[in-house]
Design a binder for this molecule. Structure first.
Ligand code: ADP
Ligand code: MG
Length: 699
């Protein structure tokens, strides 16, 4: 049956070689299956005609039927004008309005002819109006067979070739009419039954031609579920295979290093969240199965300490441990933090990054191979490539999105059994996304900050309010605090951006003649950068003017103000990361987001969210909703089957969960994929892996 869908679209009536070429180039559609899986991005209800007195502002697209009474023109300054048609259906009057293409309007639409007008109603000047509506001759439109009208995304080139959404709609209809035999089912009845999912055949037909909103929703639910279900089944099966294949090192006891650290070196009580997470990690590491754990915790929640204590357990059990940071600066900072925590203890900690060279590097590598180096701090690159451990028992990966299955697999190759792995992230990944990218990881959350921290106050200011902003900064510094001022540089290499920074720095220096300023940006030599940072850390300078190089990791508890200029140019998670640089001491801290007055809707939303909440998880959820998962850093590289055609990780969280639960039940019941009743699922999974590049990447 499947070979029917493998057919070339060229032979569909209404397509032909020229359109096929466009469809394949523009939308990657070559076969019947491709076309069938090219889903509408929206639908509009054309099954019902509204009357003007029924309209309300919150309605989506609707249609009304009536006639144009007259046209009127308004000047909009210069040569631009707006054309308004007064339109009535006998129940009221509304306006149809055009801001351009007015010649076309006069040519196409006539007073007193009957039309069906289709658009989104909005109130303007006390009347409902439709801006640039779709208009059809009432006589030419057969409403009886129009349910929900599907809309398909088309490209510029397609539009030029006369292939609008309507054209795709026609081709889909032709295709569906050609499919006389029902399409084979790909989910078993014991799944579709209890969840009330419609059949695959039904779903494909109805997703392109729903008679009602209800039908449309049921069709989409079925298709989304199927997509997400196989993604989850793939991930969970991979995890379960992996678990069976590899054993985990058993760290059976908590030994003298851990205890000595805990009782003598730890300068404060662990938070309850840290205790809970430590408990989870210890359970994993003594279970006999390899730990794959994602540790999520907001900036400043104390993840590094959890990592360090986990590493001590590894060492106590006769193993080495390593921690990897995404940048050299961060790796060095980890080294300092860890060395400070371990002061007085006999543990060899070494750094390995790109700048550790020559003899020094040799010594470190030698120490790793003979086991005398117990903790290695480094960047990913170094650890992934050449380093040989004597006995690596635990690898911690800090601040990282890009540590997908592939990278982990590379680590496993470093010892006889794979080391336990702890991935830490301060950019919390929303649950549904974590389940999909890191689907085979267990998740721990530190949802509590160390005590004594006041929530950071976030304030939005316009760039016309700099005087009052400067006043606030001055006051904070007089109280002994320090201040970050961040300039957005999209690409630090761009000359223009750097020039802006230099000018901005000059302006600030003149604005604060009484204070000392540091300046840090990505183009500086790392020696100079370090020197400038050191001056700020030691309190020698009061203001640090910087680009986003300070985004992750830097810890200066005395800094209490984070000013972000041109905040509209940053994404939510970046803003949150930057804000996390303050609020680390006991003082009230502030984050000031400066933008110009005119902001796009999305941007204003982002700023509002930042002012409303300090909760990284809420921010991450909002981010996902505003941007969609495709934009999230790392999801592309994750290799975790992100090629979703209809489901949306951001919006379909509930369906992700449903799919996960169903997949889990099956894996639990048949971990070795042998049971006859699940055969169709395993076969289908194999088939999907064959046809989908992303799927293949993880198996
Ligand atoms: P993260 O890596 O999660 O952003 P850090 O590990 O850098 O956070 O911790 C931030 C600061 O809080 C550090 O100075 C750390 O020493 C301190 N800290 C960690 N845990 C506690 C605790 N339980 N009580 C007090 N301070 C803590
Ligand atoms: Mg950290």
């Amino acid at each position: 049956m499947l070979n029917v869908l493998d057919q070339d679209i060229k032979y569909l009536p209404g397509v032909g070689p020229r359109r096929k070429e466009i469809l394949s180039k523009e939308l990657d559609i070559r076969t019947w299956a491709d076309l069938l899986e090219y889903y509408p991005y929206k639908y509009v209800d054309r099954s019902r005609i509204y009357t003007i007195d029924e309209l309300s502002q919150d309605m989506p697209f609707v249609q009304i039927k009536g006639r144009i009474l007259s046209f009127e023109e308004f000047s909009m300054g210069g040569r631009r004008k707006r054309v308004v048609a007064h339109f009535t259906d006998g129940h009221g009057v509304c306006n149809l309005v055009w801001f351009h293409g007015t010649q076309y309007v006069y040519k196409s639409y006539k007073v007193e002819r009957e039309y069906i007008v289709f658009g989104k109603p909005a109130i303007y000047g006390g009347r409902f109006q439709f801006a640039h509506p779709d208009i059809d001759d009432a006589a030419s439109l057969q409403l009886s067979d129009m349910g929900m009208q599907p809309y398909y995304i088309t490209t510029e080139r397609m539009k030029k070739a006369g292939m609008q959404s309507r054209a795709i709609e026609k081709i889909e209809k032709t295709l569906i009419d050609k499919l006389t035999a029902p399409l084979p089912e790909t989910l078993p009845p014991f799944i579709t039954g209890p969840l009330h999912l419609i059949s695959r055949d039904d779903a494909f037909r109805k997703v392109h031609y729903p008679k009602s909103a209800d039908e449309m929703q049921r069709a989409r639910l079925r298709l989304k579920f199927e997509e997400l279900f196989y993604v989850q089944l793939n991930i969970l099966r991979y995890a379960s295979d992996h678990r069976r294949k590899y054993r985990g090192y058993i760290f059976g006891h908590v030994g003298s290093l851990f205890n000595s650290f805990y009782h003598n070196n730890l300068p404060f009580e662990l938070t309850n969240a840290q205790k809970r997470v430590m408990h989870e990690i210890r359970q994993d590491m003594r279970s006999g199965r390899q730990m794959n754990r994602l540790l999520q915790g907001d900036v400043g929640s104390g993840k590094t300490l959890v990592a360090l204590m986990s590493m001590l357990i590894a060492i106590d059990n006769g193993f080495q441990a390593c921690i990897m940071a995404p940048t050299e600066i961060l790796a060095e900072q980890h080294l300092h933090t860890i060395k400070a925590f371990l002061r007085g203890m006999d543990i060899r900690v070494e750094l390995l990054t790109g700048i550790v060279k020559g003899k020094r590097r040799k010594e470190v590598l030698q120490g790793l191979a003979d086991g005398s180096v117990q903790i290695l701090v480094g960047t990913h690159a170094v650890i992934e490539d050449t380093v040989q451990f004597w006995r690596l028992g635990l690898a911690v990966v800090d601040e990282q999105h890009r540590f997908g299955v592939e990278q982990r697999a590379r680590l496993w190759a470093k010892s006889e059994n794979p080391p336990h792995i702890l991935v830490m992230t301060a950019t919390p990944i929303p649950r549904t996304l974590a389940m999909t990218i890191y689907g085979d990881l267990d998740v721990s959350v530190i949802d509590e900050l160390p005590p004594g921290r006041k929530p950071i106050q976030t304030i939005h200011k316009y760039d016309s309010q700099m005087t009052s902003l400067y006043r606030g900064i001055r006051q904070q510094i007089h109280e002994g605090r320090q201040v970050y001022i961040v300039f957005p540089l999209i690409k630090e290499s761009e000359k223009n951006d750097l020039k802006n920074l230099e000018e901005g720095f000059e302006t600030l220096r003149q604005a604060f003649p009484e204070f000392r300023l540091s300046k840090v940006h990505g183009k500086m030599k790392s020696k100079d950068k370090e020197e400038e940072m050191r001056r700020f850390v030691s309190g020698e300078t009061q203001i640090l003017v910087a680009t986003t190089v300070i985004e992750v990791g830097v810890n200066v508890p005395n800094a209490s103000v984070m000013v972000i200029l041109d905040a509209q140019r940053f994404g939510l998670s970046q803003l949150h990361q930057l804000r996390g640089r303050v609020g680390r001491g006991a003082d009230q801290s502030y984050c000031i987001l400066v933008t110009h007055y005119k902001l796009a809707e999305d941007t204003r939303k982002r700023i509002e969210i930042m002012c409303d909440t300090n909760d990284g998880f809420q921010i991450a959820e909002a981010d996902l909703k505003l941007r969609g998962p495709g934009d999230l850093e790392g999801t592309q590289q994750s290799g975790m089957a992100f090629d979703l055609k209809i489901a949306d990780i951001a919006r379909d969280g509930q369906i992700v969960q449903m799919a996960r639960d169903e997949a889990q039940k099956i894996i639990d019941d048949d971990p070795t994929c042998e049971k006859q009743e699940y055969q169709m699922l395993w076969d289908r999974l194999k088939e999907l892996r064959k046809t989908n590049v992303n799927w293949a990447a993880i198996s």
